[in-house]
Design a protein around this ligand. Structure first.
Ligand code: FAD
Length: 436
């Protein structure tokens, strides 16, 4: 029997899934597939919390599919090898999947499309994880926007009444539209079989954020001590356990500020797709040869939350302990790293990439470059936040500091590792010297 394969990647849900809805209307029974990509996994620490999250979601999907009379196939290996084997094991009419805009994913998908084409199987891709992708929102001259304000204005002007309309994937998920894995494929890889241990970190439930949180978002979002000031849905947007359209529709109805923040996500994904080189180098060519400092002791103090600046330290402890950090603390920690310590933004970005459960390459790189003043966005390199003023503004009672720094207020809490005014002047001086 010919089947259609639906390949899940950053879309670990059946609800409102663009590619899955199309696959379920392809005329062939659909076999959902998830590949634990060895090339990605072998770079991860053996207790990576994201893999535990992914594993749990894949298992959840497998049970959901089973309950409606289908199943889910999960395999571990190098993606091309997995597909070569699948083409031998199943009579595949087509493969459907949702687009992924990261550089590695783009290359991988091109290779898989070619591999499938040789066997006369098409790879059909769909936009799912953003509202506008690639070159859908451009300047009047047909260039990618480099300024967020102008991008956001064009983005909003292009919205249509059905831009957030859900895809009927869940309704179509019925026994008659589904295929089942062959008996030899019934067992799926486990964390242990892939050489990983379980590491659970707290994640919010897979549902829309509570209405009061969304309604008060604009007033409360900047205060990290308040755990209900923001939605905490970044991990679900990262892995597609929630649909961006559902979240956007809720924000459009209840809080425009939240809608605006989520547009940043589309913006950064668009930038990385157009400029994949910026994964490792500054968008701004003038800023590619700055004389960044290397100071292992100060680096370690930053990683461990021992800089003597409570907002920075509390943020880093929150990150190390939970895999999450409040946006205000991310700004403070990254700003301190790239300016007061004047260290290379790619080093800080890399540390975040290993720890954040919501790590998203485009968001992380876009925001780090924004903080470093090296980005496409109009964040002037000479704007340097003072960690003291940020503390006063966003955590005036030190409530967030006390949540994460048990030794705060005692002699055990360190003095600042760098005077921030000195750090500021040094950064300005070194940028002036290094800027081409
Ligand atoms: C240095 C730095 C690194 C960051 N790295 C990441 C990252 O790896 N992954 C990530 O998802 N976000 C990243 N962010 C953006 C932001 O801090 C998080 O999205 C947010 O804190 C997640 O919490 P929330 O879901 O409660 O956000 P909310 O404030 O409730 O926002 C809702 C959603 O909007 C999106 N969003 C909000 N702010 C931004 C932003 N500035 N840029 C892009 N998208 C945004 C996120 O998807 C978020 O889940 C980074 C920010 C900074 C300053």
């Amino acid at each position: 029997m010919k089947i259609t394969i639906f390949w899940h990647r950053r879309d670990l849900r059946f609800q409102d899934n663009a590619g899955l809805a199309a696959a379920l209307q392809s005329g062939h029974p659909v076999l959902p597939l998830f590949i634990y990509d060895q090339t990605i996994l072998e770079k991860l620490p053996k207790n990576d919390a994201r893999l535990t999250f992914i594993f749990d979601q894949v298992e959840r999907l497998a049970h959901e599919a089973h309950e409606v009379g289908g199943g889910l196939l999960a395999r571990y290996g190098r993606t091309p090898d997995v597909f070569r084997q699948l083409l031998k094991d199943y009579d595949v009419a087509a493969v459907y999947t949702n687009e992924d805009y990261e550089p590695y994913a783009t290359e991988r998908d091109q290779a898989i499309a070619q591999l499938l084409e040789k066997e006369k199987v098409t790879l059909n891709t769909f936009k799912d994880q953003v509202i506008f992708a690639k070159d859908e929102v451009m300047t009047k001259n047909g260039k990618p926007h480099k300024v967020f304000g102008a991008y956001s204005k064009t983005w909003k002007a292009q919205l249509k009444p059905n831009s957030f309309a859900p895809h009927p994937s869940k309704d179509l998920l019925k026994k008659e539209n589904l295929a089942r894995p062959k008996s030899g494929d019934a067992s799926r890889p486990t964390l242990a079989s892939m050489g990983f241990g379980r590491h659970e970190q707290p994640t919010p439930p897979v549902r829309l954020p509570d209405v009061p949180v969304v309604k008060s978002y604009a007033e409360k979002r900047d205060f990290p001590a308040n755990n209900r000031g923001t939605t905490h849905r970044s991990v679900h947007l990262r892995f597609g356990t929630l649909s961006i359209r559902q979240l956007m529709a809720q924000a459009e109805e209840l809080n425009e500020k939240l809608l605006n923040e989520m547009i940043w996500r589309d913006f950064f994904m668009m930038l990385l797709w157009h400029f994949p080189n910026t994964a490792t180098e500054a968008y701004d060519p003038k800023m590619r040869h700055l004389p960044y400092r290397d100071d292992p002791e100060q680096y370690r103090a930053w990683c461990e939350g021992r800089t003597g600046y409570p907002l920075v330290d509390a943020g880093m402890r929150q990150l190390n302990e939970t895999g999450y950090m409040h946006n205000r603390a991310r700004i403070a920690a990254a700003g301190f790293f790239v300016k007061q310590l004047f260290m290379d933004w790619t080093v800080g970005e890399h540390y975040f990439s290993e720890k954040l459960i919501d790590y998203d390459m485009s968001n992380n790189i876009g925001n780090w470059q924004w903080m470093a003043g090296t980005g496409a966005v109009a964040a002037p390199w000479f704007r340097i936040y003072s960690p003291d003023s940020q503390q006063k503004q966003y955590d005036p009672e030190f409530a967030y500091a006390k949540q994460w720094l048990p030794e705060f207020g005692t002699d055990a809490y360190p003095a600042p590792i760098v005077d921030h005014r000195f750090g500021r002047e040094r950064a300005l001086d070194l940028i002036r010297k290094g800027r081409k």
